[in-house]
Design a protein around this ligand. Structure first.
Ligand code: SAH
Length: 354
């Protein structure tokens, strides 16, 4: 039981069932009780551990890839270096440290962060104070008059999704309602939905399709800037390419729980549909590329060896385990995928599948 559960139950009693997207938005971003607004979700003491929190190598290698992309596009002397959902600021701090020796990169970079959670903004301010970042509530507010080089790790999975179950006559939306006073899933009556028409052929009765309108809109905002002014984006997340099935999940204290059990106290996510993001950008995009392969192509093994030289005992074993965790197919290596955006006709950012 949480305070937010009562608020949500009262709202449903008043105005009817919520879409999963509305439920997710309340749980994650409610101004007083939202998961990201109130908590410190990340890290060993939080609910989940992300790649940049596992090892500095992740951000270093990603940063050098981004800097190479900047060089490939003629090293523009002013550009926006942006991150969506920077968490504790670890990834961007690692990117900046690794790129400090790339001539001209830091002098040209203007740091912009998209973050809604005040507590996390404060952590980012501490981690990145030297670069005086500008913060925005949404990707739409990013500058649109400079090349944009952008990273997002485990950002798109936090955006609200809707779920639709295919029936013989139409789609039934999965909603959050009340059953005997408890939050419970239900289904609307079937109807044909214009935005889901492209998925009608190729899916079967009983298939569940997820949509993420917020994710598509953000991809469009980024892709429009890259098409117009140059730049590139690396979107890293767990996900798939236009598959079907229920991926809505809750994680609390490193364990999966029922998404309806503790509103505001558990992280809610869904797998990212990379095909939908790729379909929403007016610039070019890469194929979806496995994180393990991507990091190996960008030289994580060499970086791991260099760092290992200064370590022994438990710190060395932890370092070796971190490398494996980021890259091995049984760990994050294939579960996590990268999608790259870049201008038509420009070289794709390095490391991605051709
Ligand atoms: N990228 C970080 C954190 C991932 S957690 C890492 O890899 O460690 C998701 C991040 O996205 C958090 O910083 C969260 O506050 C932010 N976030 C979630 N939903 C958001 C939204 N709708 N708009 C902006 N930021 C959001």
């Amino acid at each position: 039981m949480t305070a937010l559960r009562d608020i949500i139950a009262a709202q449903i009693a008043r105005t009817g069932p919520l879409t999963i997207a509305d439920y997710m938005t309340l749980c994650l971003l409610h101004p007083e009780h939202g998961y990201y607004t109130t908590g410190n979700p990340l890290g060993a003491a939080g609910d989940f551990v992300t790649a940049p929190e596992i090892s500095q190598m992740f951000g270093e290698v990603l940063g050098l890839g981004l800097a190479q992309s900047w060089l490939d596009q003629g090293a523009p002397t002013a550009f926006v270096l942006a991150e969506l959902g920077p968490g504790r600021g670890t990834l961007m701090a690692d990117i900046l440290r690794a790129t400090a020796k790339v001539p001209g990169f830091h002098a040209a970079a203007r740091l912009h962060l998209v973050e809604v959670a005040p507590k996390l903004r404060a952590e980012q301010a501490r981690a990145l104070a030297a670069r005086s970042p500008a913060w925005h509530d949404s990707a739409d507010a990013l500058p649109d008059d400079l090349p944009l080089f952008l990273v997002a790790n485990e950002f798109f999975d936090a955006l609200p999704i809707r779920q639709f179950l295919k029936d013989d006559t139409g789609w039934r939306e999965r909603m959050v309602g009340l059953a005997e006073g408890q939050l419970a899933f239900g289904l609307t009556q079937p109807s044909r939905i214009a935005t889901l028409e492209p998925r009608w052929n190729g899916t079967a009765q009983g298939d569940l399709v997820e949509t993420c309108g917020a994710g598509a809109a953000i991809a469009t905002a980024i892709g429009t800037r890259i098409a117009r002014n140059g730049g590139s984006a690396l979107i890293v997340d767990y996900g798939h390419w236009a598959s079907t099935g229920d991926t809505f999940q809750a994680v609390r204290a490193h364990d999966k729980t029922d998404p309806l059990a503790s509103p505001g106290a558990a992280d809610l996510t869904a797998h990212v549909d990379f095909a939908a993001l790729a379909g929403a950008v007016p610039c070019a995009h890469s194929p979806m590329t496995a994180q393990g392969v991507f990091l190996e192509r960008l030289g994580i093994a060499q970086r791991a060896q260099a760092l290992a030289a200064g370590l022994d005992g438990e710190r060395l074993s932890a370092h070796v385990a971190a490398h494996r965790r980021l890259t091995h197919p049984e760990e994050m290596g294939t579960l996590f995928q990268i999608l790259g955006f870049f201008p038509q006709g420009a070289a794709p950012p390095p490391g991605l599948d051709p």
